[in-house]
Design a binder for this molecule. Structure first.
Ligand SMILES: NC(=O)c1ccc[n+]([C@@H]2O[C@H](COP(=O)([O-])OP(=O)(O)OC[C@H]3O[C@@H](n4cnc5c(N)ncnc54)[C@H](OP(=O)(O)O)[C@@H]3O)[C@@H](O)[C@H]2O)c1
Length: 241
């Protein structure tokens, strides 16, 4: 079996990725998050609130006794948080966004290598990033920062694996493009006074330019299938179109 852990698999992009992976009966998908909406014989669920760092630090990876051919981690869960200019944000928003998007994801990467690093099996990590990792958007300070951090920890992990691991893991940080999920609904509802690009996102929606979660999931899996031909760590879906 290929054991694939994925955070935030109960809706949006994460759910679509998990469901696509479950089409292959050799995949065992282990959802990590606060809720569970997939019912499938090869799906398992582990409760974890990624905003609770004490809980995340106590988390331990395990692979349920199955014979494992490869092991993967997809850090998908993410929040935009309340949108607002620096100086007006509640401190808690910054804490929450960095907790979910970066600190928990980084701790999970650390724990993944600690649990599986020495295993003589294929290992893969995909972090779901964003175009906001590379571009400063007003009102999105914590989100942009968290995704930039996710890109960098992916690059460091890749470097460490190449230099130090016996069986190096592949690590990718993928910006998935604009997808019709709850996160986009939130963006279309924010106050334009704190997010000057709001109208652009409304236009994308009205012009039907959002990918479905299923299409975005399929592209991410296609990138993963090409992993042996790719040498980049940070990948934008746009580069591949
Ligand atoms: N949609 C886009 O256009 C877009 C663009 C670029 C990047 N992304 C990235 O794609 C990823 C998936 O986002 P999405 O668009 O699918 O958004 P979404 O529909 O809002 O889904 C977010 C997922 O994250 C989980 N999550 C949030 N807070 C959590 C917490 N404290 N603990 C555990 N899980 C938590 C949610 O679970 P709950 O149901 O428990 O809240 C949900 O499963 C994110 O990393 C996002 O930054 C999205």
């Amino acid at each position: 079996m290929n054991a694939i852990f994925i955070t935030g698999s109960n809706r949006g992009l994460g759910r679509a990725i998990a469901e696509k992976l479950l089409e292959n009966e050799e995949n065992l998908v282990i959802g990590i998050g606060r809720d569970w909406s997939i019912d499938h014989p090869n799906y398992r669920f582990l409760y974890l609130n990624l905003d609770d760092i004490i809980e995340v630090k106590a988390f331990a990876f395990s692979v349920f006794n199955e014979e494992i051919k490869s092991v993967g981690l997809i850090n998908n869960a993410g929040i935009l948080g309340d949108v607002g200019l620096l100086g007006t944000l509640e401190d808690r928003v910054i804490e929450q966004v960095l907790n979910v998007n970066l600190i928990s994801a980084s701790i999970l990467i650390n724990k993944f290598f600690s649990a599986f690093g020495e295993l003589d099996v294929e290992k893969n990590i995909i972090n779901i990033s964003s175009g906001a990792a590379q571009n400063p958007y007003d009102g999105w300070s914590a989100y942009c920062t968290s995704k930039a951090g996710l890109d960098m920890i992916s690059r460091v992990a890749d470097e460490e694996q190449k230099l130090h691991a016996k069986v190096p893991a592949r690590v990718f940080s993928i910006a998935p493009g604009i997808i019709a999920t709850r996160m986009q609904e939130q963006i279309r509802e924010v106050d334009e006074a704190s997010f000057s690009r709001k109208q652009k996102f409304v236009d994308f929606f009205e012009q039907d330019l959002l990918a479905t979660p299923e299409d975005a999931a399929e592209k991410i899996i296609r990138i993963f299938e090409l992993r042996n031909k790719l040498d980049k760590v940070v990948i934008s879906m746009k580069d591949l179109e």
